[in-house]
Design a protein around this ligand. Structure first.
Ligand SMILES: Cc1cc2nc3c(=O)[nH]c(=O)nc-3n(C[C@H](O)[C@H](O)[C@H](O)COP(=O)(O)O)c2cc1C
Length: 168
């Protein structure tokens, strides 16, 4: 699968088999994540790899999250200690988002499906996620990435709209 095919093929998958993802593949996903671009190369990201069934179920609590059952979740967080200063601080969201997209795309290489479930900036989700995982104050969870072998197939597509393009 080439890069364009992967970009079009990536869809949010919300039904997974119970099959575990190997540590070797998890590491490949994290290598891809940490190859992402980052403002001033601050790389302000931390990755919490949730393999335990017990913790996975906690991160599926519908009271707080819009997540689904998956055998693996990767919680992508920003580390305040590595943020840029002053009005550049919020660049961490873009840095961590580019790392997330790399996870979503590279997962396809291994036949895995993914779904990006947003946490920050929703206050109650952020609070619940921090408390479930037991994150330090300086760590902000941006998203919970569901990962697993897909039990649903979605068609590749773009949502191209010509009127969104403004040629100057
Ligand atoms: C920042 C962000 C937060 C999202 N949060 C959720 C979520 O909490 N639960 C969920 O099921 N999907 C979530 N999604 C996935 C979107 O619903 C999905 O990307 C969108 O419907 C387009 O479908 P596609 O991913 O199949 O192209 C999120 C996506 C992004 C980028």
């Amino acid at each position: 699968m080439n890069v364009i095919e992967a970009i079009l093929k990536r869809r949010s998958i919300r039904k997974f088999s119970k099959e575990k993802v190997s540590d070797e593949i998890i590491n490949k996903l994290l290598e891809a994540a940490m190859a992402a671009p980052s403002a001033c190369n601050k790389t302000p990201w931390e990755f919490y790899v949730v393999k335990s069934d017990e913790m996975n179920r906690k991160l599926e609590d519908p009271q707080y999250f819009r997540t689904y059952e998956s055998p693996l979740k990767i919680v992508v967080c920003g580390n305040k200690n590595d943020f840029m200063a002053n009005d550049r601080e919020e660049f961490w969201v873009q840095d961590c988002s580019s790392a997330i997209e790399n996870i979503l795309l590279s997962a396809l290489e291994y036949g895995l499906g993914t779904c990006w479930c947003g946490v920050y900036p929703v206050n109650d989700r952020t609070k619940a996620c921090k408390s479930v995982i037991g994150l330090d104050d300086n760590i902000i969870p941006l998203g919970i990435i569901l990962v697993g072998y897909p039990l649903e197939d979605k068609e590749a597509r773009t949502q191209y709209e010509k009127n969104r393009i403004h040629i100057i």
